[in-house]
Design a protein. Structure first.
Ligand code: SF4
Length: 420
């Protein structure tokens, strides 16, 4: 029996899909890359943006056509959209066999068991990871911050930190399988707390384990990123020199309406503190354009903040209405043409900034971890500690190795160079 999983949305979903795949493989199924070949298809949905929901429904439509000719095809819907729109999915897509929301992720094994062939395998069957370079490990689920535009607290429930013993076991297993980089995931990793261990404590415990070479984490919330954590990153060389610190807006009125719980000035102070303590850090950020009520003046504040702070990378999102969030009920919606115009202005400017920041690498030899190799083009894809992608030509597959590359060319979000 073959299965196919389509993952939409964030890294948390990628990680949940990996876990589902582990369970299915442990129960005798084989993963395939084309849903047309599969006996079980699952779409792990996202509801952060409207477009992701649209994509899930169109995929389900295509799967229905397959099921019409292959009635035994099992179709499942998991993730955030399955959490808040389960009823709608079941009504619109009666042919779906199971719908399992993000809050109920732990019930996945129970839910799919009835569709699996009878084998001696169980959920305890040991699963061997195929050797890979990095591994996402979820350290927290849910979120209790209730940013007014965000659906996550409603679909994933309140913030819950995972027992650090479970996390440490997962890390040990990953490094034993040859994983070189551990990426810790949570909606707000800075507020991790389990039995008296905070996020800094967790990082210390993980770095103390044998064979752990690189640790990354995301995402951070400016209101919770502590001095203690900044100190730890500064002295702990196993922690990558990259912090993703979402700003969302440079206007205090908009930040307040977003319920972000910090002002622009507080953000800037934190940003400068990090830069001063960790000079080689790369700080990247998120911005939402067109939040309800965003005036030209508010946008100007965001634009100026981007120029002043000089982020190494900026992810700019157009505001997307999410049902049942406080922002959905707010008036003064910004017309789409204005959102698009502001988006383009900020994107063009931030790309110039990121490229300029990357230019400092030209002619420098830097250490990178090789993530992928294309044998046809003989090109390797790697990443430096600052989370910038680096491409270079290589005759050999060096995947999983740390190598030196002399940078010859830079773009806003990547660089290329010569293997040394
Ligand atoms: S911190 Fe805010 S934006 Fe991030 S998941 Fe929580 S509510 Fe959503």
């Amino acid at each position: 029996m073959k299965f196919y999983i389509e993952t939409l949305g964030c890294q948390m979903n990628v990680n949940d899909s990996d876990k589902m795949a582990e369970f299915l493989v442990a129960n005798g199924l084989t993963r395939c890359d084309d849903y047309a070949d599969a006996d079980m298809v699952i779409v792990n949905t996202c509801s952060v943006r409207f477009s992701a929901e649209h994509k899930a429904y169109s995929l389900l439509g295509r799967w229905k056509e397959i099921k019409d000719n292959k009635p035994n095809l099992v179709i499942g819907v998991t993730g955030c959209m399955a959490q808040y729109a389960a009823k709608e999915i079941k009504t619109r897509c009666k042919y779906v066999d199971f719908v399992l929301g993000a809050k109920d992720f732990e019930k996945f094994s129970k839910t799919v068991k009835r569709f699996l062939p009878k084998t001696n395998s169980s959920s305890l069957h040991p699963f061997t990871h195929s050797p890979d370079v990095f591994k996402y490990i979820t350290i927290m689920r849910g979120c209790s911050n209730f940013c007014s535009y965000c659906i996550v607290p409603y679909v994933r429930g309140p913030e819950q930190s995972i027992d650090y013993n479970i996390i440490l076991d997962e890390v040990k297993k990953a490094v034993n399988d040859g994983i070189k980089e551990i990426i810790l995931l949570g909606q707000n990793v800075n507020s991790y707390s389990y039995n008296g261990v905070n996020f800094t404590g967790l990082l210390q415990k993980i770095s103390a384990l044998d064979n752990v070479t690189r640790i990354r984490f995301m995402t951070n919330h400016p209101k919770d990123l502590s001095d203690e954590l900044i100190e730890e990153i500064a002295v702990n060389k196993k922690i990558c020199r990259h912090i993703h610190l979402p700003l969302q807006s440079g206007s205090n009125d908009i930040l307040k309406a977003m319920n972000r719980k910090y002002t622009y000035e507080q953000y800037e102070t934190l940003y400068n503190k990090i830069k001063n303590k960790i000079p080689d850090i790369n700080i990247t950020s998120d911005i939402i354009i067109g939040f309800p009520g965003e005036t030209d003046k508010d946008f100007e504040a965001t634009f100026n903040a981007s120029r002043k702070l000089q982020f190494g990378g900026l992810f700019i999102f157009k505001y997307s209405v999410r049902p049942n969030t406080p922002a959905a009920k707010m008036g003064n919606k910004v017309p789409l043409e204005i959102i698009k115009k502001r988006h383009t202005l900020l994107l063009e400017d931030s790309n110039i900034i990121s490229k300029k920041i990357n230019e400092k690498y030209i002619d420098n030899t830097i250490e990178v971890l090789v993530e992928r190799y294309n044998a046809e083009t003989k090109t390797a894809e790697a990443r430096n500690s600052q989370n910038i992608k680096v491409f270079f030509d290589s005759d050999k597959d060096l995947t999983g190795q740390v190598v030196n590359v002399k940078i010859t060319k830079v773009l806003p979000n990547s660089m290329s160079g010569k293997l040394q």
